[in-house]
Design a protein around this ligand. Structure first.
Ligand code: NAI
Length: 328
């Protein structure tokens, strides 16, 4: 099979080459993202492999379908960038990798939190310059603090376990709470009011869009630390900026950003970034931004490639796949 692989990065290739060769799948790597302008590149391929910031809307699906593509294999878990209804209408099957390493993402969330509240990002730059002053580096203990977790699925659950290891009190909100679990579920209002730290681990849906907004920030404790490793549009970035400026929000750890698709994964160090909200957020001493990096571990990359290749192979052989989205 020949698969058009969009938004390809150097770190993708080793694992996809390995599993592709073993299973008779040839990937053609395109550095460009999939969108209305690039969908024509799929002509002559048997399927498409796409990632989080590729556009798989109705217009793109129409072009793929017109090119005879019946298979879009997402190499990620989230699928908010895909018009599933339209895919089904056009007979395009969308596969995904539902889990590859919840540890990678949960551990990154904790890494960002510790970096932020213990000012490691400041200390690293200081000591590189032989500045051994401690002024302004005072942090706070995680032990005994309350962490509010929104979304207690695979990643949220691992994050909860890590937080418990630190001796934190964990409360959570999930629209579909886990049955018979030891998690203390509360209403969103109570979670916002009681948490010293809030971490987002729910998917982006119509209901969770801007779940962190001016109104919900107003309900939070002064100095709250917010972590988002899920999807950017869970947070209204302008409201977050106001919350930081008013000192209501004490720290923000952002691995994702609503308008990330034109920026993240690329080097803009020599350019003028047009997004004033992102530029202002990054300029804040208590904001840490990583560019959708939480998934990026060796274990996760290997699992992503293995599952994506297995999905494609299973679908090609049986016309079905347990990780199929658009027909489920
Ligand atoms: P999951 O499906 O195992 O868990 C999601 C949880 O959110 C479920 O328990 C679900 O009931 C809950 N949920 C659904 N709707 C909700 C709502 N309206 N309010 C509150 N909770 C709700 O997903 P998993 O694997 O834990 O991933 C979570 C998210 O993490 C993904 O949707 C994805 O957006 C993001 N992610 C980010 C990565 C990164 O590199 N930054 C990598 C992988 C995933």
């Amino acid at each position: 099979m020949k698969i058009a692989f969009f938004d390809a990065k150097s770190y993708d290739k080793p694992s996809f080459e390995k599993y592709g060769k073993e299973n008779g799948i040839a990937f053609k790597y395109f550095e460009t993202k999939l969108n209305e302008d690039t969908a024509e590149l799929t002509h002559g391929f048997d399927g498409v492999c796409a990632f989080v910031n590729d556009t798989v809307n109705a217009a793109v699906i129409d072009r793929l379908a017109d090119n005879g593509i019946r298979l879009v294999a997402l190499r990620c878990a989230g699928f908010n960038n895909v018009d599933l209804r339209h895919a089904r209408e056009r007979g395009v099957h969308v596969l995904r990798v539902p889990a590859y390493s919840p540890y990678a993402v949960a551990e990154h969330a904790v890494a960002m939190l510790l970096t932020s509240i213990r000012r490691i990002h400041k200390a690293y730059i200081r000591t590189k310059d032989f500045n051994f002053s401690l002024n302004g580096l005072t942090g706070f203990d995680l032990h005994g603090k309350t962490v509010g977790v929104i979304g207690t699925g695979k990643i949220g659950r691992v994050f909860i376990d890590i937080c418990r290891g630190f001796g934190m009190r964990v409360i959570a909100y999930d629209k579909y709470p886990a049955e018979n679990s030891d998690i203390c579920y509360v209403s969103p209002e109570r979670l916002f009011a009681e948490s010293d730290i809030i971490s987002l681990h729910c998917p982006l849906t119509d209901e969770t869009y801007h779940i962190i907004n001016a109104e919900t920030i107003a309900m939070m404790k002064k100095g709250v630390a917010l972590i988002n490793t899920s999807r950017g549009a869970l947070i209204d970035a302008d409201a977050l900026l106001e919350g930081i400026k008013s000192r209501k929000v004490g720290a923000a750890c952002l691995d994702v950003y609503e308008e990330e698709s034109d920026l993240f994964f690329e080097d803009f160090s020599g350019h003028i970034v047009e997004d004033d909200t992102l530029a202002r957020l990054i300029s804040m001493p208590n904001v840490i931004v990583t560019s959708h990096q939480a998934f990026l571990t060796e274990e996760a990359l290997d699992n992503i490639a293995e599952t994506t290749v297995r999905n494609i192979k299973t679908f090609a052989a049986t016309n079905a796949c347990e990780n199929e989205l658009s027909y489920h």
